[in-house]
Design a protein around this ligand. Structure first.
Ligand code: GLC
Length: 432
C-alpha cells in the first residue's frame, strides 16, 4: 500500500521549521553506556529490570527544557515514548513496564507534551517497533537473547500477532491521549534479517493497517519512513548526504537528517566524541541548503538532567539562532551554486551566504552579477560592499587585477576579522 492513497499530512510547519530536537530518554540512561546496551551486552529482560527498579528522574524539568529548546532554535521536538528495550515513558494501560509505575510515579510523555506545546513547539513521538521486553516478540537477529539457542527455539511458542496488537494498541493510546501529535517517528524495519536470523518489517508490524489507523485518528500527523511503506519523510541517520536526496525517479524527497551529539542517542556518560557547536551548525546549514531538516538529539541522564556538554551546545545554538534564524526558518536550497566553503540558503529574494572558512577580504560569488541589490552581515546588519567583477572594464579601486573570475562574478568585500560567531552569514537582497 502506498501512503499516497491516504489523507495528506500537514507539512508546512515541518518544511519551515528545519530544526527538531530529538530526545532519547529511557531506563538505558541508568547504565549510561548507549541505548543499545541491552542488545550489546546480551542482557536478559528480567535482569534489565534492575534499571526500571532504580529509575528516579527527580531532576527532569520539562518546562525548563522546552524553554531552552525554543531559545536554541528548535521548532519541534520528538521524544522516545518507547525504545527497543520496551520501557514506556507514558501511562500505557497495556503494560506495567511504564514510568508511572517506577519511582518516577508520573506520565513523562504528558509532561513533555504539555511543556513543549506551551513553548510553541510541534510535538513528535519516536516509537520503537522493536520490543525486547514483550514476551511475544520473537527472538531475532537484534534481540538481546539472539545467541541463546534455548530462547530462539521457544519462538514457536511466541505469537507475534499478540505483539502486533499491542503495538497498534499503544499507538492508539498515544494518538488519542495527548491531543495533536504532529509527527510519528517509527524505528525500525529489517525484514532482510540480521545475523542469520529472520528480521521484521511491514508484514510483521502490520504497517499498512497501522498507517490507516494513524491517518484515521490524526490525518495531519507526519509519519517517517521506517515502517517499510515509503512514508512521508526519509530519515538518513548519522551522516550528511552529499547531494540533495531524491527518489528513484530523481525527484527531491522530503528528508530529515537525524544526528547525535556524540554518536550515541541515549545518555552515554564516558563518551567524549562530542561534535563542536561549530560543526553542528555547519551540519544544520548544509542540511537546509540541500532542502532537509535536522533532528538533533540529546540524551537526558538517569535523573532527567541535561549534562554540561549538552548545555554548552544548546547555549551556543541559542546565541547563533538569536542572530541568524532567518537564514534557516522558511529557507531552502538556492537557485545559485555556491563556491567552495560556502553554503547558500534562499528564501524568496534573500540569499544567505554561510561562510564555513572566512576568506581574506574578497569573497567571489560566481553567477550573481546583476542580481545583488544590497548585502549585509546578518549578525549586526552592517553593510558589506560589493562589486560586480567585469574584467574588461576599469576598476578604479583595484590595485591588482583578480584573475580567473567569470564576468558575472560578484565580489564581496569582507572585514579581515570574521564576526565572532561559529558560522557567519551574509544576507544578500536579490534584485528580481
Ligand atoms: C536507530 C537506532 C536507535 C536510534 C535511532 C534514531 O535505528 O536503533 O537506537 O533510536 O536509530 O534514529
Amino acid at each position: 500500500m502506498s501512503t499516497a492513497a491516504l489523507p495528506s499530512p500537514d507539512f508546512a510547519w515541518f518544511d519551515r521549521g528545519r530544526l527538531g530536537l530529538f530526545i532519547h530518554w529511557g531506563v538505558y540512561a541508568l547504565p549510561a553506556r548507549h541505548e543499545w546496551v541491552q542488545n550489546r551486552e546480551h542482557i536478559r529482560p528480567e535482569d534489565y529490570e534492575i534499571y526500571s527498579e532504580h529509575f528516579d528522574p527527580d531532576l527532569f524539568d520539562a518546562r525548563g527544557l522546552a524553554r531552552q529548546a525554543r531559545e536554541a532554535g528548535f521548532t519541534y521536538a520528538v521524544l522516545t515514548t518507547k525504545h527497543h528495550d520496551g520501557f514506556c515513558l507514558w501511562d500505557s494501560t497495556l503494560t506495567d513496564y511504564t514510568a508511572p509505575r517506577t519511582r518516577a510515579g508520573r506520565d513523562l510523555v504528558r509532561e513533555f507534551v504539555d511543556a513543549f506545546r506551551a513553548e510553541g513547539l510541534r510535538i513528535g513521538f519516536y516509537h520503537s517497533l522493536i520490543d525486547w521486553h514483550h514476551p511475544d516478540f520473537t527472538v531475532d537477529g537484534v534481540h538481546p537473547l539472539r545467541d541463546d539457542p534455548a530462547e530462539v527455539s521457544l519462538n514457536g511458542e511466541r505469537d507475534l500477532g499478540v505483539y502486533r496488537k499491542y503495538l497498534h494498541g499503544q499507538v492508539r493510546e498515544l494518538l488519542t491521549g495527548y491531543g495533536q501529535v504532529d509527527y510519528l517517528f517509527f524505528d525500525f524495519s529489517y525484514s532482510q534479517g540480521i545475523g542469520g536470523l529472520p528480521g521484521k518489517g511491514a508484514a510483521e508490524w502490520g504497517s499498512a493497517e497501522l498507517l490507516t489507523l494513524i491517518r484515521d485518528l490524526q490525518p495531519g500527523c507526519i509519519v517517517n519512513d521506517r515502517l517499510e511503506l515509503g512514508g512521508d519523510v526519509a530519515t538518513p541517520e548519522q551522516y550528511q548526504p552529499v547531494v540533495t536526496p531524491t527518489d528513484d525517479s530523481g525527484n527531491p524527497v522530503r528528508w530529515e537528517a537525524c544526528q547525535t551529539l556524540n554518536g550515541s542517542w541515549g545518555y552515554d556518560r564516558d563518551n567524549l566524541n562530542d561534535k563542536s557547536s561549530d560543526l553542528l551548525l555547519r551540519m544544520l546549514v548544509d542540511t537546509v541548503s540541500k532542502n532537509g531538516n535536522m533532528l538533533l538529539n540529546i540524551g537526558p541522564d538517569a535523573r532527567g538532567a541535561i549534562d554540561a556538554r549538552t548545555q554548552e551546545r544548546l547555549t551556543d545554538l541559542a546565541s547563533w539562532f538569536r542572530l541568524h534564524g532567518r537564514s534557516i526558518y522558511g529557507a531552502g536550497p538556492s537557485e545559485f551554486s555556491p563556491p567552495t566553503d560556502i553554503r547558500y540558503t534562499q528564501n524568496g529574494d534573500r540569499l544567505y551566504v554561510h561562510v564555513f572558512a572566512w576568506p581574506f577580504v574578497h569573497l567571489h560569488l560566481p553567477g550573481l552579477g546583476g542580481r545583488v541589490r544590497y548585502a549585509q552581515l546578518l549578525a549586526d546588519g552592517s553593510e558589506v560592499p560589493f562589486q560586480v567583477h567585469l574584467p574588461d572594464h576599469d576598476q578604479p579601486n583595484q590595485h591588482t587585477q583578480p584573475v580567473g573570475l567569470g564576468r558575472d562574478t560578484v565580489t564581496l568585500h569582507l572585514p579581515v576579522r570574521a564576526p565572532n560567531t561559529p558560522v557567519p552569514v551574509i544576507e544578500i537582497f536579490l534584485t528580481s
